[in-house]
Design a binder for this molecule. Structure first.
Ligand SMILES: O=P(O)(O)OC[C@H]1O[C@H](O)[C@H](O)[C@@H](O)[C@@H]1O
Length: 246
């Protein structure tokens, strides 16, 4: 998979794949990897990457009759801008294979911008309706945070209680103690946080995950789980900003 690397002067670094505009790795300046990536994940473009930050569009999970979690995570995006510490990728309907376009025949453009500012990673997600008709879409930034031990990690001070798949209100700020530091998660523009971990049984039933992997991550996803209208010519912007805090 073609990848872009960005870094900040203090040594933070990130890797983004054009396949899915997928953030594969984010290391803070202390050299610690902050995202989980399954060692069993297909990394050849044959399936969505299991880990990192999958970009979900235009459907969340199975809430619709389109592809599970949409097509953006398995589409090949274009790099449209890059500096040392930032990169921007785009996907429009003309980038999709005809068979995929047929499943969702709308004129759109997505833009994903990744920027490192010291120990902060800023993601900006833009959805543009470039057509003449309104459309409905749902989406998310399905972030897999690496944790030292899922049973010990806390979110806003509370431990997780086994397998979970929760939709929570979009409070602007959450604090995740990963066991290797505290991350502050901020979102704007989305409607929910989805918090997911498959637990032992779910991990064992997931082909592209090791059985014990459920201990190594928690997904906390700024999301818009239900489809909402985006008017013809309109644009939506969402932000997900993650900071390692002292
Ligand atoms: O296996 P995937 O298609 O990547 O989906 C992984 C998970 O994504 C979200 O977090 C959903 O809330 C879960 O219900 C789903 O299992």
């Amino acid at each position: 998979m073609n990848e872009i690397r960005i870094s900040s002067p203090d040594g933070a670094a990130a890797t983004i794949s054009l396949f899915g505009a997928h953030l594969m790795s984010w290391k803070t300046a202390d050299g610690k990897e902050r995202l989980f990536l399954s060692q069993r994940s297909a990394l050849d473009g044959s399936a969505a990457v299991r880990g990192g930050v999958p970009v979900i569009f235009p459907q969340f999970a199975t809430r619709g009759d389109g592809l599970r979690h949409g097509f953006a995570r398995t589409a090949t995006w274009r790099a449209v801008g890059q500096g040392d510490s930032w990169a921007e990728l785009a996907l429009a309907q003309s980038d999709l294979p005809a068979a995929t376009f047929k499943t969702w025949p709308r004129a759109f453009e997505l833009r994903l911008r990744f920027e490192l500012k010291g120990n902060t990673l800023a993601l900006r997600y833009i959805v543009r309706n470039s057509g003449m008709q309104d459309f409905q879409w749902a989406g998310a930034l399905h972030t897999y945070f690496a944790v030292a031990d899922f049973a010990q990690a806390t979110l806003d001070g509370a431990r997780f209680d086994g397998a979970l798949d929760e939709i929570r209100p979009a409070t602007p700020v959450l604090r995740l103690d990963t066991g290797a530091g505290t991350l502050q998660l901020e979102q704007q523009g989305f409607s929910e946080w989805v918090v997911w971990n498959p637990g032992a049984e779910g991990a064992a039933a997931t082909a592209d995950m090791d059985d014990g992997d459920f201990r190594r991550f928690v997904c906390i996803e700024p999301a818009r789980v239900d489809k909402q209208v985006l008017a013809a010519g309109a644009e939506w912007t969402g932000h997900h900003t993650i900071s390692l805090i002292p």
